[in-house]
Design a protein around this ligand. Structure first.
Ligand code: PLP
Length: 410
């Protein structure tokens, strides 16, 4: 395999931990190992660091520190918000969309099996959803509307500010899974009518295994993890101190880098996408071209199996992701693209490229130099992902004889 540097265009899957985030964490794994609930000095010092992180996360979101609960991940935040809404209202109906992340989608399916009512709102072919759709789905027994702010596969944004207004006017709680939105678009919760918001550290250059849930002040709340008095009784379990400190540091950096995310990262994404569409025929962008995150591009390559493309890209150290998944032996298109009525063949050829502040124009150029040749190769040779995997297992180097540069349209 060529000894190339990794080119990481999969930042919606997870992000590189920022070096200064890592540095901020080290003392809390070595020197300051006290329990933040302990009254002696190294406990109190650790507690101060956790509270400092809470202030920093609140600053990023434009809310009050006491509205932030630290959790273990985005999934926990999502599950907690929805369960709390069901408990506090006593209502038994939940509204979600057809393109939610499995953290919400699978929880809703689980709730349905337990006898709760679930309405799944369809999306338009460009992945968008209207406030009117939500309005029409509200019922007197609706406990909570839970809609993602930004889609993880397409980057498409939902009009959560307006939907939150509607829900508040109708006396229904509103939760947004903002795991993909935080750090990529400005969020000022103080002026919004959102009741719950979920975020996850590893999507914004903090480590995996830490997240946060915003719970609007004076809201009724029932914890999901019941145990000790941590997080003022809102989330039992000794705090993951080092990661919380790291999340606080990442929140500061996310605020500082927001400008870069929305300008330079956007232009990297746009350059990449425009060139791919120009040079490679039979390509299309999935999702609304304007109403989406600045870092995400979901592109279908006609006549190419996305997983085979991923395997070939990986041979050159390039990381991207396919929404399709191999379940029970057959390739299933992503539920997001299916909900957008993308034809099965087109969905099976879809790849998500997601950029971050650590990506460079040089990386974009390197991928643009290789991608047309790889797509061309796959279209003419049509090896399946399974056969490529078998060849890799047999020790073959698939990148041998680097793809010929393609200067013309293919
Ligand atoms: N929600 C969205 C939109 C996501 O993209 C993800 C992770 O990919 C999650 C929730 C789950 O977050 P975590 O991995 O922290 O549980």
């Amino acid at each position: 395999m060529p000894n190339r540097k990794t080119i990481y265009f999969d930042n919606n899957a997870t992000t590189r931990t920022s070096p200064s985030v890592f540095e901020s964490m080290v003392p809390y794994l070595t020197q300051y190992y006290g329990n933040p609930s302990s009254a002696y000095q190294i406990g109190r010092q650790v507690n101060t660091a956790v509270e400092e992180a809470r202030v920093r996360v609140a600053d990023l979101l434009g809310c009050e520190p006491k509205e932030i609960i630290f959790t273990s991940c985005g999934t926990e935040s999502d599950n907690t918000a929805i369960l709390s809404a069901l408990h506090t209202t006593g209502n038994r109906h939940v509204i979600i969309s057809a393109v939610e992340h499995s953290a919400v989608k699978n929880q809703a399916e689980h709730l349905e099996r337990l006898g709760y009512g679930v309405t799944v709102l369809p999306v338009a072919p460009d992945g968008t959803l209207s406030v009117k759709q939500v309005e029409e789905a509200l019922r007197p027994d609706t406990a909570v509307v839970s809609l993602m702010w930004a889609n993880n596969e397409t980057g498409v944004l939902f009009p959560v500010e307006e939907i939150a207004e509607l829900c508040r006017a109708r006396g229904v709680l509103f939760h947004t899974d903002a795991v993909q939105a935080v750090g990529k678009i400005p969020i000022r919760l103080g002026s919004l009518k959102i009741d719950f918001l979920s975020l996850s550290g590893h999507k914004l250059h903090a480590p995996k295994g830490v997240g946060a849930l915003y719970v609007r002040r004076r809201s009724k709340f029932v914890p999901m993890l019941i145990g000790g008095h941590q997080e003022k009784g809102k989330r039992g379990g000794t705090e993951n101190v080092a990661s919380i400190v790291g999340l606080g540091r990442a929140a500061v950096e996310a605020a500082e880098n927001l400008e870069d995310e929305t300008t330079r990262v956007r232009s990297l994404r746009d350059k990449f996408e425009t060139r791919v569409l120009d040079v490679i025929t039979g390509t299309q962008v999935n999702g609304h071209r304007e109403l989406r995150l600045p870092n995400t591009s979901n592109i279908s390559f006609q006549g190419v199996e996305a997983e085979a493309l991923l395997i070939m890209l990986d041979q050159y150290g390039i990381c991207a992701s396919a929404g399709s998944a191999c379940t029970t032996g057959s390739l299933e298109p992503s539920h997001v693209l299916r909900a957008m009525a993308v034809p099965k063949e087109t969905a099976l050829g879809a790849l998500r490229f997601s950029f971050s502040i650590y990506n460079t124009e040089d990386e974009v150029d390197q991928v643009l130099a290789l991608l047309p040749g790889i797509v061309n190769h796959l279209r003419t040779e049509t090896p399946s992902a399974a056969s490529l995997k078998a060849r890799l297992d047999a020790g073959e180097n698939l990148a041998v004889g680097a793809m010929p540069p393609v200067s013309t349209r293919i």
